[in-house]
Design a protein around this ligand. Structure first.
Ligand code: IPM
Ligand code: MN
Length: 490
């Protein structure tokens, strides 16, 4: 189909202009009119090159309501328009137009003061997301994460379809099964899964963690556990003299192997001679794919702008990022020898990434003393588990720490790092920001980078202007109210 595009923009006098142009470029587009401030409507456009992962989102405006209505009327009046046009009512969370055929075909010199809206086949981009609220405070924080995601979807013109699953402690106590047959394969169909928390006081520790969280991580091959560590406000950091400028790094934890793979066993179980062996599994394939992900992330982080922790000579040599391998090469001489060799063999493929190594014990020491020394850290499953809890504390606690279990080609799962916090359940006191941050990571993963960034900015804003403390019960607001504030700030 030869596509017709129309450009819509407000000229200097504030008049609405609609012009057409032809293009062969394949664009999928959608547009949504959202409420703006002071009676203005902002029209958001989203253009995504078909088949390309990047999504460009633009903001046209501020346009007055009449402009949006004028556009709708202009579209309706065209004889060659076939389809439905929804007239937005104000205020509207996400109204817009859906058009099935081209409406403007005249090539014009279009001033690109505005953005281009495809008038061919248009539909809103839609994402299906599985939601496991889980146990304890999991459902409460999940509710706020979905609320904020909806606000971002409204603003950036896409749609989220939530598919709830009731897996967790209650389900297990009722049915005696942790995950029903077929659940993993059903979840595999989703590109994203949102998980609130697992862990129930009436269920023996390990059953739900292994049966849900670890099982999904392994069976869905979520081989990366991604944990951004970002301090939003100096007051929330327990370290002396450290502020947001010092703490902004990412930990890439291998998520499918190591000591968590379940290799080992008992001998002479329950006797005085008992032997318990737990082996760390490190495959070349597993280690290498994790390292590759970390190198790529380091290369792309901050859009390739140099990380401020680099020395002048590194910048001169063309480096823009640093990747630290965190291991224990002096003692774990098999496992980390493999990591070390794979790391150094990959490094030449990423000339812009400066490589660095730190033993795990030194890493945690520096998290406290010099967290500004880190940009991207890559490590194995167990070290990653441990160091990210310390990292969570220096970024302000579990109330804000989020993680993604990533399979870059498959179903990925996003979760707040804190557990189910049974003692706070149902009291509207738990901090939902970690879950909201996890939702931001999820939208970014789905290709809605602007939406993810908007959630991050809204969180920064609300923490700095409203939230008293990040601890449960001390925020100065309830769980729901924090969600409302962040949603409104999107
Ligand atoms: C985490 C958790 C899990 C882990 C537990 C609950 C199995 O601590 O996500 O870090 O150890 O990976
Ligand atoms: Mn952990």
């Amino acid at each position: 189909m030869g596509l017709a595009l129309i450009a819509m923009f407000a000229d200097q006098a504030g008049e609405m202009q609609i012009r057409g142009l032809d293009t062969d470029t394949q664009f999928l587009g959608s547009f949504a009119a959202g409420t703006g401030i002071g009676g203005f409507a902002h029209v958001h456009f989203q253009l995504a090159a078909a088949g390309a992962p990047e999504t460009a989102v633009g903001l046209l405006g501020p346009l007055q309501q009449q402009h949006v209505i004028a556009l709708v009327e202009a579209i309706e009046q065209r004889g060659d328009f076939v389809g439905q046009c929804h007239r937005p009512e104000f205020p509207v969370p996400d109204a817009g137009c859906r058009m099935e055929n081209s409406i403007v075909t005249t090539p014009q010199n279009v001033s690109m003061a505005g953005l281009v809206l495809r008038a061919g086949k248009m539909h809103m981009k839609t994402y299906d997301v599985a939601v496991i609220g889980g146990d304890g405070t999991g459902p409460e924080v999940t509710r706020e994460a979905l609320k904020v995601s909806e606000a971002a979807a409204g603003k950036f013109g896409f749609k989220l379809n939530w598919h709830p699953y009731d897996f967790g402690g209650e389900h297990y106590l009722k049915t005696n099964e942790v995950l029903p047959d077929g659940a993993v394969d059903e979840l595999r169909k989703f590109k994203a899964i949102f998980l609130g928390a697992v862990g129930h006081p009436k269920v023996k520790p390990g059953i739900l963690e292994k049966g849900i969280l670890l099982r999904l991580r392994f069976e869905l091959e979520q081989y990366i556990n991604l944990r951004p560590v970002k301090l939003y406000r100096a007051a929330d950091c327990p370290l002396k003299d450290k502020g947001p400028e010092h703490i902004d790094f990412v930990v890439v934890r291998e998520n499918n192997e190591g000591l968590y793979a379940g290799a080992g066993g008992f001998q002479y179980h329950g006797t005085p001679h008992e032997v318990a062996i737990q082996e760390s599994v490190n495959t070349r394939y597993g280690v290498e794919r994790c390292l590759k992900y970390a190198f790529e992330l380091a290369r792309k982080r901050r859009d390739g702008k140099p990380w401020k922790g680099l020395k002048a000579e590194d910048v001169k040599a063309g480096k823009t990022a640093q990747l630290t391998l965190c291991g224990k090469t002096n003692v774990l001489t098999y496992a980390f020898d493999l990591w070390w060799r794979a790391f150094n063999e990959l490094a030449p493929k990423y000339p812009k990434v400066k490589t660095d190594y730190a033993h795990v014990d030194a890493t945690v020491m520096w998290f406290v003393k010099n967290p500004e020394w880190f940009d991207v850290i890559v490590t194995d499953n167990m070290f990653g588990d441990i160091i990210t809890d310390l990292a969570a504390m220096i970024q302000g606690g579990l109330g804000v720490a989020a993680g993604g279990n990533i399979n870059p080609e498959g179903a990925s799962m996003f979760e707040p790092m804190g557990g189910s916090a049974p003692k706070y359940t149902g009291q509207n006191v738990i901090n939902p920001i970690a879950a909201i941050n996890a939702a931001g990571m999820m939208l970014d993963f789905l290709g809605e980078a602007k939406a993810g960034a908007a959630i991050d900015s809204a969180v920064v804003k609300i923490i700095n202007t409203k939230i008293k403390s990040l601890a449960a019960g001390k925020m100065g607001y309830g769980t729901r109210e924090v969600g409302d504030l962040i949603a409104a700030a999107i």
